[in-house]
Design a protein around this ligand. Structure first.
Ligand SMILES: [Zn+2]
Length: 198
């Protein structure tokens, strides 16, 4: 999964994807050769490669690229309202929303901008919301070894909303945590802080 695709391979894959998307457009009952659709297969191929670029990035390396020793700070570090866009692995339709991340440093902190990047890397893969939540948690726990980490994700799933399976605008919330966040009080503190300006 973490294999690095070289530029040449990416272009080769993109061209193959475009060929397949051309067939898909025809199979859906359209005419892939009509003018408005001529460039669509290649556009879709490029878009899908972009939306799955998380396979070609290493989230732990991103965290380590700005990891600092900080022995004294033992309070919660919170990055909330991180917008993300992902694709559900069951329908390859978008699910998107906000991620909220907190950790309590043991010895290391990371640059604040790195947390949204980690969210982004895991989101830009075929996902389910539960696993996305867990993978962000695990990556931070394993890389920074904090006293605890907690991740909360709220998302809307187009595969439910567009297909009329569930109410429009319904939010799915998932959470996962380690360490100090096993204490209900610590989780509450985090939940109260992310509710803040909503
Ligand atoms: Zn789905």
């Amino acid at each position: 999964m973490m294999e690095t695709l070289h530029e040449e391979q990416l272009i080769e894959n993109r061209d193959a994807l475009a060929t397949h998307y051309q067939a898909i457009i025809d199979l859906l009952g359209e005419d892939a050769s009509r003018e408005g659709l001529l460039k669509t297969p290649m556009r879709v191929a490029k878009a899908m490669q972009y939306l799955t670029k998380g396979y070609r990035e290493d989230p732990a390396a991103v965290l380590r690229s700005a990891m600092f020793e900080e022995e004294d700070y033992k309070q919660m570090v919170i990055v909330k309202d991180i917008d993300f866009f992902s694709l559900c692995e069951h329908h390859m339709l978008p699910f998107f929303g906000k991620a909220h991340v907190a950790y309590i440093p043991r010895k290391y902190i990371t640059g604040l901008s790195k947390i949204p990047r980690v969210v982004d890397i895991f989101a830009r893969r075929l996902q389910i919301q539960e696993r996305l939540t867990m993978q962000i948690k695990e990556c931070i726990q394993e890389t920074l070894n904090p006293l605890g980490v907690m991740v909360v994700i709220e998302a809307q799933h187009m595969c439910m909303q567009m297909r009329g399976v569930e109410k429009q605008n319904s939010l799915t919330t998932t959470s996962d945590f380690t360490g100090f966040f096993q204490q209900a009080k610590t989780r509450e503190e985090f939940m109260n802080l992310i509710k803040g300006n909503r």
